[in-house]
Design a protein around this ligand. Structure first.
Ligand SMILES: Nc1ncnc2c1ncn2[C@@H]1O[C@H](CCC(=O)c2cccc(C(=O)O)c2)[C@@H](O)[C@H]1O
Ligand SMILES: [Zn+2]
Length: 352
């Protein structure tokens, strides 16, 4: 394979991506902690096995399989112990997003993991909301929340997540959606139907992970049982032409995270990633970063990867960014404003 990394046209594309206004729809709260934040938290909590040296973190964040990834992920979750840890993490994640011209992000948060570790639920909600408001005022990045069930933690975690997401006294203003994450093997989606029903009845949108580490039947379950409006990953959909046709016809976007799929070894190589099959089948593809520092990536790099795999130029990249906006849970005025910003940026870039 030819390495195009240093070709001038590719460098230009990187510069274009760096300035392109973007929406991010699939990114985890704890999984977005930068090496600086992870080492700061690890130093605060010296009993943890997470390295404090950012260079050692690169090794620590090299995964043998998906189960190993979740084990490491939970060791970082263990570093978040106080409402101030939650606030700092959230605020710093927004700062990193703003640097990449992310204007709007739906951040997946697992409140169960924090409340079960003893963080007071009211203090937790206040911490994320305080950080959201500060980030919007200071960085101009709009954050919204997706509360997800860590499925492997069982129905107790589903009950707790549904309660935190639907109790009017607790539910944070920024909450827009309800998700389901963690391992899929041995964690069938249909058992979570009652919790998704409650969340949907309370006005939340359904965005479970599905088809990341199991087959297309999991994506069907997410659609039919959990009434998914977008699918987190959905990678294995490529193995089922009927499913691809269904996703395309019903305009159910996939939240594709290419580098994540390689890092967790869900897909062997980028060249084997089915992103191209999705676009060929007419499925709406959005590109996202999942757990960027843990996977040695960021959203800009994911756009560069997508450009390479899909053969996109600047207009193609602008259209990909547009997909992220259209598939988001922003209101119509918010979508129109961000799309106009993407169009204006692209026109100015391409002007002679
Ligand atoms: N690529 C990903 N694909 C899927 N999920 C991903 C991905 N990246 C990050 N996550 C996050 O991992 C969490 C998993 C947490 C989990 O399994 C668990 C099990 C038992 C106990 C506890 C606990 O907290 O005590 C937690 C998910 O909720 C999700 O938000
Ligand atoms: Zn994810």
């Amino acid at each position: 394979m030819t390495d195009h990394r240093d070709a001038p046209a590719v460098r230009d594309l990187h510069a274009f991506i760096a300035g392109l206004p973007k929406a991010e729809l699939h990114v985890h709260h704890v999984g977005s902690a930068s090496p600086r934040i992870v080492s700061e938290l690890a130093a605060r909590h010296p009993d943890s096995k997470v390295p404090t040296d950012p260079e050692a973190l690169v090794d620590y964040f090299t995964f043998t399989d998906f189960a190993h990834f979740i084990e490491v992920y939970l060791s970082v979750v263990d570093l978040i112990r106080t409402p101030e840890d939650v606030r700092l993490l959230t605020y710093e994640v927004a700062r990193d997003m703003a640097r990449q011209q992310v204007r709007y992000a739906e951040l997946t948060i697992t409140p169960f993991s924090s409340t079960r570790r003893g963080i007071d639920e009211r203090a937790f909600m206040d911490a994320i909301e305080d950080a959201r408001k500060a980030a919007e005022a200071e960085f101009g990045t709009v954050l919204r929340w997706c509360f997800d069930i860590p499925g492997e933690a069982g129905l107790e975690s589903a009950e707790e997540t549904a309660r935190l997401a639907t109790d009017d006294r607790l539910r944070p203003e920024g909450l827009v959606s309800f998700g389901l994450g963690g391992p899929e093997i041995g964690v069938p989606r249909p058992q979570f139907k009652p919790y998704f029903d409650r969340a949907i009845a309370a006005g939340l949108r359904s965005v479970p992970h599905a088809g990341e580490t199991t087959g297309p039947e999991t994506v069907w379950d997410a659609l039919n049982e959990l009434r998914a409006e977008r699918i987190g990953h959905g990678t294995s959909s490529a193995r089922d032409p009927k499913l691809l046709a269904h996703l395309a016809e019903h305009r159910i976007p996939l939240e594709v995270c290419p580098t994540s799929n390689i890092a967790t070894r869900a897909v062997r190589t980028l060249e084997e990633h089915p992103i191209k099959e999705f676009t060929r089948a007419g499925v709406i593809v959005t590109v996202n970063s999942d757990d960027p520092p843990m996977f040695g990536t960021d959203l800009n790099n994911e756009y560069a990867v997508a450009a390479r795999l899909l053969g996109l130029d600047e207009r193609g990249l602008a259209s990909l960014a547009g997909n992220g906006v259209e598939a988001s849970f922003l209101d119509d005025a918010g979508k129109a404003k961000l799309v106009a910003e993407i169009d204006a940026y692209t026109a100015a870039w391409l002007a002679p």
